[in-house]
Design a protein around this ligand. Structure first.
Ligand SMILES: Nc1ncnc2c1ncn2[C@@H]1O[C@H](COP(=O)(O)OP(=O)(O)OP(=O)(O)O)[C@@H](O)[C@H]1O
Length: 303
């Protein structure tokens, strides 16, 4: 039996996972590297014992993270704390040196970004990644196209199921555009819109993929305070309307405090705190990290 057969057999007896997803999942129990607890099916996302380094630079050290279904979960931390690295591990861009990621209670093997949608994951990027020369509608429909089943060739040839998918993608895109109050800009080239609206189009494109988990990489970077609050409202509305789980990394603690159900704080690649906004706001390690108090050395003394 091939390794993938073994994994699929194992999965089918453990949890009900759609075939597309099962194809990319591996039972956590198959890894002897970090014998952690069994994945918890009640969690949308679970990271356990994640290590990641680049040459001699430690980006993440022994990071655990649990995300409940329907939760808005923020990851914050000072510059270089490891936030982007962590979101890139979740989205399969980086393969961790050690540790596990589980989605809906089944372990997950990194997949190419274009296959993420099939796993029910969509993401936005720190630097805008819109097709600036395409209309808002085309950009948002492109997000849906990733989640479709037809391949690029059948779309070019115009096979019936591919054509149907394209029509569906545009209908879905229009609904999401309407939901995010972007209809007046439907035919505008994305690159001509003000920055705050482009970020909203990016959110629309991610939602068009009908994700179960939405990863937002610094969604409010470069925005004015008004734009940030507006986008935060849309993220909350989207979570409620589409019943999705949201994981975001963000620099602006104020916005995060108002938006998130729970917050994990990274500093120098380690998780130093995890809890509700109220718990995080009063955590001395978090206050120290943001005020720039140096980490302790191995003897427990400041360095
Ligand atoms: N591709 C890479 N190559 C080398 N080092 C990297 C790479 N990506 C991240 N790092 C290093 O890993 C550490 C964590 O970086 P990361 O970008 O994850 O932090 P961050 O919290 O997202 O920072 P910022 O808020 O500034 O974006 C840093 O020391 C960074 O220099």
């Amino acid at each position: 039996m091939s390794a993938s057969n073994f994994l699929l057999v194992g999965l089918s007896s453990e949890v009900a996972v759609p075939p597309d997803i099962a194809e990319h999942l591996a039972l956590r129990a198959t890894s002897a590297e970090v014998p952690g607890p069994r994945p918890d099916e009640a969690l949308a996302l679970e990271l356990y014992g994640i290590d990641l380094s680049f040459g001699g630079v430690v980006a993440l050290k022994d990071v655990d993270l649990s995300v409940r279904h329907g939760e808005i979960r923020a990851i914050i931390g000072p510059n270089g704390a490891g936030k982007s690295s962590l979101i890139n591990v979740i989205s399969g861009v980086y393969k961790p040196d050690r540790g596990h990621v589980a989605i809906n209670g089944a372990a997950y093997r990194p997949v190419p970004t274009q296959k993420l949608a099939k796993l029910g994951i969509a993401r936005t990027f720190q630097n805008l990644a819109l097709f600036k020369g395409l209309s808002v509608l085309d950009n948002v429909a492109a997000g849906r196209a990733y989640a479709g089943r037809s391949n690029f060739l059948s779309q070019i040839i115009g096979l019936p199921h591919a054509r149907r998918e394209q029509t569906d993608a545009r209908e879905r895109a229009r609904r999401v555009i309407d939901f995010l109050h972007l209809t007046p800009y439907l035919d505008r080239l994305a690159g001509t819109l003000p920055y705050g609206l482009q970020k909203r189009v990016e959110l629309a494109r991610a939602l068009a993929a009908e994700p179960r988990i939405l990863l937002l990489d610094e969604p409010m970077a470069g925005m004015t305070a008004t734009e940030k609050n507006e986008l935060a409202d849309y993220v909350r509305l989207a979570r409620d309307e589409y019943a999705i789980t949201v994981v975001l990394i963000e620099h602006d603690i104020g916005v995060v405090m108002g938006l998130s159900d729970r917050i994990a704080v990274l500093d120098y690649g380690r998780k130093i705190a995890d809890g509700t906004p109220e718990e995080i706001a009063s955590d001395q390690r978090v206050i120290d990290a943001y005020l720039g108090v140096p980490p302790e050395n191995e003897d427990g003394e400041g360095i």
